[in-house]
Design a protein around this ligand. Structure first.
Ligand code: ARG
Length: 581
């Protein structure tokens, strides 16, 4: 027999069918009156309405039919027709032991799809700022969640490595160092001795864009350079490659610190290689029209409640648009891979852009209707005052500075007992604090950065979770050192153990809803809840010195279950548990 709520619901449904009531499904809801039962079934009321009978009558009939199930300790009816169910200890113990043997049973939803995830989206030569944090955190966690539920995934960082700003940066370098080989007529692709660092780029980018904005000659020259770059002018292209390489090295370091990774490191430049092919296709389909010197695709639909402007492929100044690049990205992706869905984890303010791109992709049949294009917009992380996050001098807050400042707080406040590996552990804790706080609100909502709150050891925080997990782990290690054996749960001796396992029973539904809502908030809440329940149990019982051997080994097995499961969930969120804390 399989012990989980889904199976139990099916079993009850079959019994209700035997009574002649053809309910499509049965849902057991966790009870909000635990004194009356663990779960509640409310279907009798609807059935009574349909069959013009009394709900109590129907509830009693159902209870008569199911009350002998071995899964139940007790079943009862409450007015006006609720059925309250208390699960037997055998059921809870068997379910817990199944989960202990194979954590996967609570995660694998048999999702048999290939999902392509587009997240990260940092821009070359520009500082990664706090806005890029959420795309990386949420995207990486959703990627892990997809894998946990059984899907195949392909993740792509989608670098912003193409477009006019690249022309501006090259223009500025050319003005400063006109003698560089890149700018010589006869440049032949050889290595150039030009020492360019990320710090240089961080300074160059804003200077170059500012100058171009203020001076039309510089702007025109940048445009020209960009055009030649896109036509693979030897010198500009080689310099651009150098800029990308310097920038990507830095970006990789930061993402590694954040425990975020990608299968593909493609950029807009890679998509650009498909632009000609794409345009030929769109011209052949007669989808492109001219409008005020631009080339556009009309994407209005009859049912539109608000105006959806046409998608601009080529701007009136001749430049290929951001929209066109994203359309080319879709083109490339569906030609290269067999994909069922593409998820975009991007700032919610880009929603219109994606509405336009998706409509154009379907209308032009670049993707089939069955291929789902999904925009998963996220809200803004604001500064502590609720306003856009800025540095003291008013600039955008670099992501690395944010990470450093949280790491410092963790190191000075949370690590008194740690002498070895301090730097690494502080970073692990800081990443947990940042990520948990970032994933806790529903994806779409804004929130404020609050260093005190995020690192509070006693709050709903990543630090609290890590601290609790480290303690579970150390209990298990002590048992191991003392040669105390345990393998599975044999008995439930306190009410807190029941509560913990009942919470475990909820997990599969939470995983399902998280996957369906493309959000990690419920998983974050769940981790907090189950960890609290475990900590209540821990505070009440002295596990290692318990005299009754069956009870002691059951408690250790339960601890292992919660530790393994928390570790698995934290891993989905992209959070590691340090050895010590
Ligand atoms: N680089 C873009 C930005 O910083 C985000 C890219 C989002 N992904 C996409 N496929 N357009 O705004």
């Amino acid at each position: 027999m399989k012990y989980n709520i889904d199976e139990l619901e099916i079993k009850i449904k079959n019994s209700i069918h035997d009574l002649g009531f053809l309910v499509p499904n049965v849902t057991l809801n966790p009870s909000n009156r635990p004194d009356l039962g663990d779960y509640q079934y409310n279907g009798a009321m609807a059935l009574a309405k349909k069959s013009h009978d009394n709900p109590l009558n129907i509830a009693n009939k159902i209870v008569d039919k199911i009350k002998e199930f071995p899964e139940f300790k007790s079943v009862s009816v409450a007015n006006p027709g609720f059925i309250n169910i208390t699960l037997s200890d055998d059921f809870l113990i068997s379910f817990a032991n199944d989960s202990l043997n194979d954590i996967n049973i609570n995660y694998d939803l048999g999702i048999n799809k290939t999902i392509f995830l587009d997240y990260g989206g940092p821009n070359i030569a520009k500082t990664l700022h706090v806005g890029h944090l959420r795309s990386a955190n949420i995207g990486n966690a959703l990627n892990n969640l997809c894998k946990a539920v059984g899907a195949k995934t392909i993740s792509d960082i989608h670098l912003g490595d193409w477009g006019r700003p690249m022309g501006m940066v090259i223009q500025e370098i050319k003005t400063r160092y006109p003698d560089l080989a890149y700018f010589k007529e006869d440049y032949n692709g050889e290595d150039v001795d030009f020492n360019l660092t990320n710090e240089d780029l961080i300074e160059l980018y804003p200077t170059a864009t500012q100058k171009a904005k203020e001076n039309e000659d510089i702007m025109e020259e940048s445009r020209q350079i960009n055009k030649e770059l896109q036509a693979k002018h030897k010198g500009y292209y080689a310099l651009w490659q150098k800029i990308v390489q310097v920038s990507v090295t830095e970006i990789k370091k930061l993402y590694k610190d954040l425990n975020v990774d990608f299968d593909l490191w493609e950029g807009e430049s890679d998509n650009f290689a498909y632009i000609d092919e794409l345009f030929t296709y769109l011209y052949d389909k007669n989808l492109i029209t001219k409008s005020d010197g631009a080339e556009v695709i009309n994407i209005k639909e009859d049912t539109d409640k608000k105006e959806i402007p046409p998608l601009i492929l080529i701007k009136s100044n001749g430049a290929v648009s951001y929209e066109a690049t994203d359309l080319a990205a879709i083109w490339e992706r569906v030609h290269k891979f067999k994909i069922d869905e593409i998820w975009y984890i991007v700032d919610k303010r880009q929603e219109l852009h994606f509405t336009q791109v998706f409509r154009a992709a379907y209308k032009s049949e670049i993707v089939r209707r069955e291929t789902k294009l999904i925009f998963n917009g996220f809200g803004t992380m604001n500064g502590p005052d609720g306003k856009p996050f800025k540095t003291r001098d008013g600039g955008v807050m670099p992501l690395s500075d944010l990470l450093d400042s949280v790491t410092k707080v963790c190191e000075t406040r949370l690590m008194e007992n740690i002498t070895e590996n301090r730097e690494e552990i502080a970073k692990t804790i800081a990443v947990a604090a940042i990520k948990y706080a970032d994933l806790l609100p529903f994806r779409n909502t804004d929130y404020n950065f609050d260093i005190e709150k995020f690192t509070d050891l006693n709050g709903k925080t990543g630090t609290y979770l890590l601290y609790s997990c480290v303690r579970m782990n150390s209990l298990l290690k002590k048992a191991c050192e003392a040669n105390i054996n345990y393998s599975h749960i044999k008995t439930l001796s306190t009410s807190n153990e029941r509560k913990i396992i009942l919470a475990m029973l909820d997990l599969k539904r939470i995983i399902k809803r998280s996957f369906e809502n493309y959000s990690l908030n419920e998983i974050c809440e769940y981790l907090y809840k189950i960890t609290n329940l475990y900590n209540n149990f821990y505070a009440e019982n002295k596990v290692l010195t318990e005299k009754n051997i069956d009870i002691r080994s059951s408690w250790l097995a339960l601890t292992k279950l919660i530790f393994d499961n928390n570790k698995y969930l934290l891993n989905i969120l992209g959070i590691n548990i340090p050895e010590k804390m």
